[in-house]
Design a protein around this ligand. Structure first.
Ligand code: MTE
Length: 399
């Protein structure tokens, strides 16, 4: 091949590569037979069509790199129905379809010095864009006897595969669309059936009890799971501060909601603000975590900054993000997914391999980063600690 021809071919290849790299992926929805179908689309609609279908429990997220690479030659469409997103529509047809950083990452060396050695491998794998999302280091975190011995999932999986419907219903949307979420100043109000109602600034929340690292399993009702080194302390520490009265039987939680900062929330298809609830004894259980960080840093916005709940023996949707309101109440509060579809999502939502979702089995799960499905454990493996809370209860009825 002549030099000239070689150079021409090289230029052509570079041009194609640039064009395909630049092809944007659009997130859209279409109504088909009354259902809202979310899909990704890229490329010229007059090009040959390529429809990328995924199997449960994956989502079009798995094609995130492939879509732009194919978009220069094809009109690529990757629908999500029966994928992992919560596909929503107005009536009872709703399905949980197969659910600021304060500063940019500045000093990688000092950050790494504070991260347990076991996590360095995962953190090292971060792409430059994921690093830019990293939050602030939390200082010394105590170890916790409540930590699981499971290997933590990669930082990338934990921070780019999210359910946060206020910032989009695709798994990778929250990491993109919550980038500029304003989490300072932040206040959490705690009131209701309490002797000492109070508003806590985020600075106060951070100082209320010593921060611990808690490595917990996290099982989503959709059938996937992760293991996260969260940071925080037992929710009971905060609740004790306000002195619940004898009338307090349940705890109601509410997420921050602002359409200006969360324009995608218009398409969430679930009632917002996102709300959740726990029985008081569940909320006081030491495992129930008031969480302010992960991987030794403050929470990234997509994971529920600046403060969220983590209830590891329940399906992930109980772990409400970006908390602004906590209310002690005398009767069972509503929770968003139960309001959306009471047939499919209960109040208790304890992880239970024996009680299937009406549309899929809950007996096994796909842990992100693993190829084979693994069996799902009763109460997500926390039965020894929490089973007594449900003694005598019919867990099929109280799902
Ligand atoms: N909280 C709010 N406010 N909005 C949400 O959409 N999704 C829930 C839960 N908390 C959700 C939320 C679901 S379905 C899951 S599985 C977990 O958050 C996901 O947490 P993660 O993205 O940090 O893994």
């Amino acid at each position: 091949m002549s030099n000239k021809l070689f150079r021409t071919l090289l230029c052509a290849w570079a041009l194609i590569a640039c064009l395909s790299a630049a092809a944007p992926t659009n997130y859209k929805t279409a109504k088909v037979l009354g259902l809202n179908i979310a899909y990704r689309e890229a490329g010229d609609p007059s090009s040959p069509k390529l429809v990328l279908l995924h199997g449960f429990p994956a989502s079009s997220h798995q094609y995130r790199d492939l879509i732009p690479a194919l978009a220069s030659r094809f009109h690529v469409i990757a629908p999500d129905y029966r994928g992992e997103k919560m596909l929503i529509k107005k009536s009872l047809e709703i399905s949980y379809s197969e659910v600021t950083p304060k500063s940019l990452y500045v000093n990688r060396r000092s950050f790494l010095a504070g991260v347990p050695a076991a996590f360095l491998g995962a953190r090292e794998l971060l792409s430059p864009s994921a690093q830019a999302l990293a939050s602030e280091k939390l200082g010394n975190l105590g170890k916790s006897s409540l930590s699981a011995s499971d290997k933590p999932s990669s930082y990338k999986d934990v921070t780019t595969y999210n359910n946060f419907y206020e910032f989009g219903t695709s798994k990778d949307q929250p990491a993109q669309l919550a980038k500029n979420f304003k989490t300072s100043p932040w206040v959490v109000s705690v009131d209701g059936e309490v002797a000492k109602p109070r508003k806590f600034s985020m600075e106060e929340v951070l100082k209320l009890a010593p921060l611990e690292e808690r490595i917990y399993r996290h099982r989503c009702v959709e059938g996937w799971s992760i293991v996260v080194p969260w940071a925080g302390y037992s929710l009971s520490a905060l609740l004790k501060q306000v002195e619940p009265t004898s009338k307090a039987k349940f705890v109601y939680f509410e997420s921050y909601y602002d359409l200006k900062q969360m324009p995608e929330a218009k398409h969430a298809g679930i009632p917002l603000p996102y709300v959740e609830g726990l029985r008081l004894d569940e909320a006081m259980h030491p495992l129930a975590l008031l969480c302010v960080g992960l991987y030794g840093e403050s929470l990234p916005p997509q994971d529920g900054a600046p403060v969220r709940l983590v209830v590891p023996w329940k399906y992930g949707f109980k772990s409400i993000k970006s908390l602004v309101k906590i209310k002690l109440v005398s009767s069972q509060p509503q929770n968003t997914w139960n309001v959306s579809n009471a047939r499919e999502y209960g109040f208790y939502s304890n992880v239970n391999p024996q009680v299937d979702h009406p549309r899929w089995s809950q007996s096994s799960e796909r842990r992100l980063g693993e190829l084979r499905r693994r069996p799902t454990l009763m109460f997500d493996g926390y039965a020894d600690q929490v089973a007594h809370l449900y003694a005598g209860m019919d867990l099929k009825k109280n799902f």
